[in-house]
Design a protein around this ligand. Structure first.
Ligand code: SF4
Ligand code: SF4
Length: 415
């Protein structure tokens, strides 16, 4: 059968025009000479790999799955997917102990939250970092996100769950691992803002880590199992309970919407459009005149917005930016869209650390030159990278909104 003529391969590498634009936009290419780049690793390499699998090059591990090549490609080639699928199919390297620790965010998060003060202190100690560096190959320069003593789910069940039925409208909330184990305050801010505009917030029947770290570390069967659990719960929320699903993390949202069918073959056609970021959900309601916001009088503040890579791929940076622009006292500087270099667990790995920081350098310089008080972004790992590499605090747009609104006034407007 002539795949070239009928364009029928599982991925669409035949659509490549050989323009090399993807290579220009790949953030890894300029800082890591060992990486062949998206054109060679993607469509060019795929031609060879389909003939003989041994043409697979382990250097494809240097792709951080940012999808910026896909955003740039004029021919809509799913380059990032081709590379990730090649790694899944052909790589001979088994996940190491380090990879399993980094990928299992639910297990590590549950254990670490239970002993949060001890874990937070221990992993910040220089000798511990040195041991992790030499034994596990987790780079000693990396700062670990702190774990919270109480998970978001535990806080929600004790303090918020029983009030949610009182609201006239309802959503389910995919909180993700970061909010649950590391930063419950962002989840509380989501509940605060949604309640203020008249929406009750509910947990999904079951929620597992979206699986992005499992995918990038080669633990595909586990990622598939978790994806099935998440999609079944989302289906129940959307189809039976009539609740759309919101999330705060651009990467969790992107993974559930696009990586599940493309990389894990977990179909989500029937619910994909009902999963969106809270910033987009709120912005749409404001634009449609269905809700209103009342803001507090506060001091002016200058803030820089960083567009995460997966937000760029979703095409949804606009909604977070426009939502922030509605805050009267906020002067927003939109940074040139560039990868921060962290790539989820990618930047924690010793072999990737120089690449990770090299990629981020120009973004860090932009932030330092912007003359802002803090940075806004929708991705938790971008936050870790920017806070570690610049003197600036990073806040989620929903947290900024939660601080800015007059809750009582907003509730009255939406009664
Ligand atoms: S940008 Fe798209 S069409 Fe151009 S070389 Fe890359 S994959 Fe091919
Ligand atoms: S996904 Fe990102 S790192 Fe990977 S090839 Fe594309 S642009 Fe480069």
């Amino acid at each position: 059968m002539n795949t070239q003529q009928y364009n029928i391969s599982d991925n669409n590498f035949e659509q490549c025009l050989k323009c090399t634009v993807c290579t220009v936009y790949c953030p890894v290419v300029p800082v890591n000479p060992n990486y062949p780049g998206p054109k060679q690793a993607g469509p060019d390499g795929e031609r060879l790999r389909l003939k003989r699998g041994e043409f697979f090059d382990e250097a494809l591990k240097y792709c951080l799955n940012c999808k910026r090549c896909e955003v740039a490609c004029p021919s809509n080639v799913r380059i990032g997917d081709i590379i990730q699928l090649a790694r899944i199919k052909y790589s001979q390297k088994k996940p190491s102990l380090r990879d399993m620790i980094l990928a299992n965010t639910d297990i590590v998060g549950t254990l670490s939250s239970t002993f949060a003060p001890i874990v937070n202190t221990t992993v910040a100690l220089k000798p511990v970092k040195a041991v992790m560096d030499s034994v596990l190959k987790i780079d000693k320069h990396r700062t670990f996100p702190k774990y919270a003593g109480q998970t978001f789910v535990s806080w929600f069940k004790k303090n918020a769950a029983d009030k949610q039925e009182l609201y006239p409208n309802h959503v389910s909330f995919f909180h993700g691992c970061y909010i649950n184990y590391n930063y419950p305050q962002l989840g509380k801010d989501v509940v605060k803002v949604m309640n203020a505009i008249g929406y009750g917030v509910h947990l999904l029947e079951k929620e597992k880590c979206c699986g992005v770290a499992l995918i990038s570390n080669g633990l595909i069967n586990q990622a598939k199992k978790q994806a099935h659990i998440n999609i079944e719960s989302i289906r129940k929320s959307v189809n039976e309970e009539k609740r759309p699903v919101i999330a705060a993390s651009s990467t969790c949202t992107f993974t559930i919407r696009d990586e599940y069918p493309h990389l894990l073959q977990v179909e989500n056609d029937d619910v994909r459009d009902s999963v969106e970021l809270a910033t987009r959900f709120i912005y749409r309601l404001l634009e449609e005149g269905k809700v209103k916001l009342k803001f507090r009088d506060t001091q002016p503040v200058r803030v820089a917005y960083h567009t995460p890579c997966h937000m760029e791929k979703l095409g949804w940076g606009y909604y977070s930016i426009e939502l922030l622009r509605q805050i009267p006292h906020l002067d927003l500087v939109v940074l040139d869209s560039q990868c921060c270099g962290i790539g989820g667990t990618y930047g924690f790995k010793k072999e990737n650390y120089p690449t990770s920081q090299g990629i981020g350098e120009s973004l860090f310089n932009q932030i330092k030159a912007a003359g802002v008080q803090y940075v806004a972004t929708d991705c938790e790992t971008c936050k870790w990278q920017i806070e570690m590499s610049t003197p600036y605090e990073v806040k989620h747009p929903i947290s900024i909104l939660a601080e800015a609104i007059d809750v009582e006034g907003t509730m009255k407007l939406n009664k």
